[in-house]
Write a protein that binds this ligand. Structure first.
Ligand SMILES: [Zn+2]
Length: 107
């Protein structure tokens, strides 16, 4: 018995299983075309999720930078440090998402 990824939800399942225990996708009666369509949809949704996260990360970065420049707080204040922190988190999150997107596209 080997572990394989469900074509519908990509969670690990047994290759002997007739249906997925996570999403209920019926592997036994699905045609190759069904399985491929489900896999494409799962891939598309995963890419969409990463792109949405990238947008949120950019917004976090811009909000942090914007507050540093227009927030009126001085360096050393908690608000200033918080804004810098927000910008850094946004930037790092965006960079990580770019790498994850590139890896997901390669599949
Ligand atoms: Zn599944």
């Amino acid at each position: 018995m080997a572990i394989t990824a469900c074509p519908s939800c990509s969670k690990p399942i047994s290759d002997k299983a007739k249906s997925c225990s996570h999403c209920g996708f019926n592997i036994g009666s699905a045609t190759a075309e069904d399985i491929e369509r489900k896999a494409n949809l799962a891939h598309y949704l995963a890419m969409q999720k990463l792109q949405n996260q990238s947008i949120i990360a950019i917004l976090l970065f811009l909000a942090g930078c914007g507050f540093v420049y227009w927030g009126g707080s001085e360096p050393g204040e908690i608000q200033y440090n918080f804004s810098i922190g927000t910008a850094i988190v946004g930037f790092v999150w965006y960079a990580v998402n770019r790498v994850r997107l590139a890896l997901a596209k390669r599949k």
